[in-house]
Design a binder for this molecule. Structure first.
Ligand SMILES: NC(=O)c1ccc[n+]([C@@H]2O[C@H](COP(=O)([O-])OP(=O)(O)OC[C@H]3O[C@@H](n4cnc5c(N)ncnc54)[C@H](O)[C@@H]3O)[C@@H](O)[C@H]2O)c1
Length: 295
């Protein structure tokens, strides 16, 4: 990999236009890059752009974004359905598809063939081994983890994950990109759950076990962590925001990779099986109205 400079990262492709992908596309376009937002679901990328437009409209309403910046940001984003086309000529690809190792490997095999050799490749996985994703990339060194947080346009942290074969220049470029996107990067090793998911999930899963054991209501458990420990959001409300399906996927992986502390509680399995995935479906540990308020 001839590592490009930060300034030459002009075309950024974001794969997956869901909760995370639309946010990554938004901040990338706000930083001045031309963004291709790709989703395999028909109309998925368009829906992602509509979510970005809503976020920006809110920003304008709050006086945080000018209407010129809103218009310029939206003009820099293009929707794609075809992965190959979305990757051709890209300087950087950031993947945010569901947390399934096989799916991510399949996508990066195509990304590897479709992108120019200089392109920086990043996965937004919350927990999966970066090295196993990098195995499908000819030059494995150009792939790194770039773990953003939800909601992407608000949360400051990005975990940059380096694996054994990472090219240090690619890691440094990912750090610089995160900073350019207005984030504070930390660099962590390719260890299951990295720093944030591993620690965050322990608290989230224990809170769910406490709901099962009727120790306290979800609202009271969340209040305990907010007022007792200064967390801005309680672990169950956070689970609703992240998505119960997303947290279940991470817990299943970490329970095999680290141990039984991460065994998914039955209440989590039951809610996911019932389609109660959190804010995105209107119900998780709380009920949510269509305008995103907790009821
Ligand atoms: N939700 C969170 O709070 C959060 C936080 C940090 C990291 N992550 C990670 O980000 C990734 C995405 O999570 P999410 O919550 O945005 O998921 P999501 O389900 O909201 O979005 C995933 C998107 O990917 C699309 N997709 C599915 N298969 C595809 C394919 N083959 N090609 C292109 N697009 C495809 C889906 O249509 C959907 O729009 C996961 O790895 C997750 O672990 C999530």
């Amino acid at each position: 990999m001839t590592v490009p400079t930060l300034e030459s990262l002009r075309i950024i492709t974001v794969i997956g236009a869901g909760t995370m992908g639309h946010g990554i596309a938004q901040i990338s376009a706000m930083s001045g890059a031309n963004v291709r937002l790709q989703d395999a679901l028909s109309g998925g990328a368009r829906a992602g752009i509509e979510r970005i437009a809503k976020n920006l409209a809110k920003g304008v309403e709050l006086g945080k974004v000018s209407s010129e910046d809103r218009d310029a940001t939206l003009a820099r984003i293009t929707a794609f359905e075809d992965l190959q086309r979305a990757c051709e000529g890209a300087d950087c690809v950031i993947e945010a598809v569901p947390e399934q190792l096989d799916l991510k490997r399949e996508i990066f095999a195509t990304v590897d063939r479709a992108t120019p050799p200089h392109a920086l490749l990043a996965t937004n996985t919350s927990s999966l081994p970066i090295s196993e994703i990098a195995d499908v990339v000819g030059d494995a060194g150009r792939l790194v983890g770039m773990h953003f947080f939800n909601p992407v346009h608000v949360m400051k942290l990005v975990e940059i994950v380096r694996h054994a074969r990472s090219n240090p220049a690619a890691v440094a470029l990912a750090v610089a990109l995160a900073e350019k996107l207005g984030k504070t990067p930390i660099t962590v090793a390719d260890s299951p759950g990295f720093a944030s998911s591993r620690l965050g999930l322990v608290i989230g899963l224990e809170a769910m076990r406490m709901v099962e054991q009727q120790v306290a209501s979800p609202a009271d458990i969340d209040t305990a962590m907010k007022l007792g420990y200064g967390h801005p959001m309680g672990p169950l409300e956070l689970t609703d925001l992240v998505g119960l399906d997303v947290r279940l996927g991470i817990a299943e992986y970490l329970s095999t990779a680290i141990g039984p502390a991460f065994t998914p509680p039955q209440v989590l399995r039951d809610k996911v099986a019932a389609g109660k995935l959190g804010k995105k479906t209107g119900e998780g540990f709380y009920r949510w109205s269509a305008d995103g308020k907790r009821s």
